[in-house]
Ligand binder design. Structure first.
Ligand code: 3PG
Length: 212
């Protein structure tokens, strides 16, 4: 599966909240320059779909997707705007079936064995593990690997440079998502330079290199 190969290569998905649509393209360029090219734009703000559209059109090296996709209608809008993958905080038949109908990869959020069993029944085998830190973190993901050896996880929610390697060292974790490499105020001077630096440090950590 091509998208999973991309995830395995980069291993980190920045989770992005765009409050000003004008920040979308420079932020995407800054993160790509730091080595992170799989970008999740959360559909939590008014300009989110425009941000996806702009990044899809203008940042060729980015693989842009939509997050916070909580129903099939939003999923359709995201794909129409150019989203190449979908992330949802939870799992519903509506989201899973619409993703399949649109032919777009989906990381649906799960925490429990029952969630995973519903996902498997809907044809999914890779999931977002959300919210990761408050749902048992790495030990929970490791334990779920017992009954579900075929399942892969992308933990998100509370992932930081301090716990990233613990997650990524698990054999059933393909990547981790997080917002720590995106400065909270992008209108501040130097914010995009800092985004590149933090992306580069995160990328280096994920590749198992020392961060200098
Ligand atoms: C989210 O949905 O906001 C993501 O899980 C990001 O979580 P984080 O801000 O803890 O990285």
């Amino acid at each position: 599966m091509a998208f999973e190969d991309d995830l395995k290569r980069t291993r980190i998905v920045p989770v992005i909240v765009i409050r000003n649509a004008a920040h979308a393209v420079p932020l995407a360029r800054a993160l790509v320059a730091g080595g992170l090219n799989i970008l999740e734009i959360t559909l939590r703000t008014e300009g989110a779909l425009d941000a996806i559209r702009a990044i899809a059109a203008e940042v060729k090296d980015a693989i842009v997707g939509a997050g916070t996709v909580i129903n099939g209608d939003l999923l359709n809008k995201a794909v129409d705007a150019g989203a190449r993958f979908i992330v949802s905080p939870g799992l519903t038949e509506d989201v899973a079936n619409t993703a399949r109908a649109r032919g777009v990869p989906l990381l649906a959020g799960v925490v429990t064995a029952s969630d995973i069993m519903r996902g498997l029944a809907l044809g999914l085998s890779s999931f977002k593990f959300f919210p990761a830190e408050t749902s048992g973190g790495a030990p929970a993901i490791k334990a779920l690997g017992g009954p579900f050896p075929q399942v892969r996880f992308c933990p998100t929610g509370g992932v930081s440079p301090g716990n990233l390697s613990t997650y990524l060292s698990l054999p059933n974790v393909i990547c981790a998502g997080g917002s720590w490499m995106v400065p909270s105020d992008l209108s501040q001077e130097g914010a995009f330079v800092r985004a590149t630096e933090m992306a580069r440090a995160a990328h280096a950590l994920a590749q198992g290199m020392a961060v200098t």
